[in-house]
Design a binder for this molecule. Structure first.
Ligand code: UN1
Length: 513
């Protein structure tokens, strides 16, 4: 590991932390025998070996969280918001260090690593304001001298299962909102990026400690699917918020649904940009290329398909091919590079497998893929972003491959383009590039995109935290971060108060004794 990364770990205070769980400042599970090794896809080096939580550890974490909830729910929401404000400030201080660790452990570009921490800071700011705006409605009762209103109460323990691709931001979207709503959180970070999770726990635990908040409001638990299953099957965890593949999400939905718990799912995307004959092609190029190769195609919002009008198809594809030839692939910590590595060798194999499947179905590669070799690419995780002409109904095109493979599809009229865009099982993000008002409005109308996110003259990725984030169909239907996504973290209670000296029944029912 380089001296720079070593000093980042020291700066974050996590150079010697490897135990399995934390409910605050202390770490437990030091004597557990099973480990998860965190390797950097940047240079293939092992960053840390971290203990895996046992069932007994899990029980300890739950017990602390239950105890903490009884206290935390009594803290007024604006005071909870004040603590989240301090968390945002601590993130501002640690932005460079945490952003660098995100880049090194996950492999995204340094700019995107910083951007991810910025999303965390932004959601803290949002949550601070929200802590004074957890509004319920009042209704007019049909009975005289009655008052009716609704209020929102915290749920209890929120279990957060996050993915490697946004190893810290997605946790913070959930946690910042859940905390101001009065919940306590147990976070299981991806086993591919445990160290960034440890860094976040360290930062938030110091904030809670400085405010004399007892342990258990924020817990971290390291583990794989087994810990995930303990959480999803556990009736003591009323809400599970899970980010990851559709396959994982379906398993979570079944387990949580079987116990009638709540789940908030943010799963796969198969996002397309429609490039109309009325598009600004230079602007479209930036949106398409960043969407497809940013984070090496490992965002759930990555652009996977371009649906291009036949009249601009050849011109736009020529521009794309030229742009791809200029992409610099390499160490993401070097800001001259555009594209970093995939997360691990399994991801590289999935990428290669998808290319083969695409070719077998008749895909025509206009930019070839392949794994990069040589000393600079020694981790074996660097691949070439590639582009293939396909048909939308190819099996592989219907499937989300978490890699920089971009599919091109030609269209002749907008109705057809919209049908193609919607013609996949997933429904996260979508975009149209057009300067034509009618086209833009049709795309946004109920006859348009069926996705949770629909943009005009912006790519599919890079959503701001202020909007509700999530998607339809196999994307899972959940909404996180902005707008009124906070409601998912609370339970609604309808209250009717009678201040009359009689007890009239609703619906005019007479019941005299
Ligand atoms: C994800 O890939 O799971 O909209 C989240 C975006 C980011 C978040 C992506 N703000 O691309």
């Amino acid at each position: 590991m380089s001296a720079n990364i070593q000093s980042i770990l020291t700066q974050l205070g996590i150079e010697n932390i490897n135990p399995a769980y934390s409910t605050g400042n202390d770490w437990g599970g030091a004597n557990n025998t099973e480990n998860i090794d965190s390797f950097s896809p940047v240079d293939g080096q092992k960053i840390a070996s971290i203990k895996v939580s046992s069932n007994n550890d899990y029980e300890q974490v739950i017990a602390k969280a239950q105890e903490a909830f009884v206290y935390w729910r009594t803290v007024p929401a604006p005071k909870r918001g004040e603590i989240v404000r301090q968390f945002g400030d601590a993130l501002r201080k640690n932005k460079e260090a945490l952003g660098t660790l995100v880049s090194y452990e996950m492999g995204k570009s340094l700019q995107e690593g910083y951007g991810e921490v910025q999303e965390m800071i932004d959601i803290c700011d949002f949550a601070v304001g929200l802590s004074r705006q957890l509004y319920g409605l009042t209704m007019h009762s049909e009975r005289p001298n009655h008052r009716m209103y609704e209020q929102w109460h915290p749920l209890g323990i929120v279990g957060i299962i996050s993915a490697f691709n946004f190893p810290v931001a997605v946790w913070s979207w959930n946690a910042a909102l859940a905390w101001v709503c009065g919940n306590v959180c147990i976070w299981k970070p991806s086993e591919k990026t445990p160290l960034t999770g440890i860094a976040c726990q360290k930062i938030i635990a110091a904030v809670f400690k400085a405010n004399d908040i007892p342990e258990g409001v924020s817990s971290l638990i390291i583990g794989d699917r087994i810990i995930g299953e303990l959480m999803t099957n556990d009736g003591r965890v009323p809400l599970i918020s899970a980010t990851g593949s559709t396959r994982m999400g379906k398993a979570v939905a079944v387990a949580v649904g079987a116990r009638l718990g709540k789940s908030l799912l943010e799963l796969g995307g198969n996002n397309a940009i429609i490039i109309s004959e009325h598009a600004d092609l230079d602007m479209s190029l930036i949106g398409a290329v960043f969407g497809a190769v940013g984070t090496a195609g490992q965002r759930c919002t990555s652009t996977r398909r371009l649906i291009i009008h036949q009249s601009v198809y050849d011109t736009f594809v020529a521009k794309l091919v030229k742009a791809y030839a200029q992409l610099r692939i390499g160490n993401p910590l070097d800001q001259n590079n555009h594209v970093g590595p995939l997360i691990d060798k399994d991801a590289v194999n999935a990428y290669l497998d998808s290319i083969e499947k695409c070719k077998a179905e008749g895909g025509n590669f206009v930019v070839d893929g392949g794994v990069l070799e040589g000393e600079k690419y020694a981790s074996g995780c660097y691949v070439k972003p590639c582009i293939a002409e396909v048909k939308n109904d190819y099996k592989i095109v219907q499937h989300e491959t978490f890699a920089p493979i971009l599919y091109l599809i030609k269209y002749t009229n907008l109705d057809e383009a919209i049908a193609l865009q919607n013609g996949v099982p997933q429904g996260l993000s979508s975009a149209i590039m057009t300067l034509n008002l009618r086209e833009a409005e049709q795309f946004l109308s109920y006859q348009g995109s069926d996705c949770g996110i629909a943009n005009v003259n912006i790519g599919t990725s890079g959503a701001e935290i202020g909007g509700a984030f999530g998607g339809e169909k196999e994307t899972g239907g959940g909404r996180e971060s902005g707008s009124d996504a906070w409601r998912a973290y609370m339970r609604r209670q309808t209250n009717t108060i009678n201040y009359a000296n009689t007890l009239p029944l609703a619906q005019g029912i007479k019941f005299d004794l």
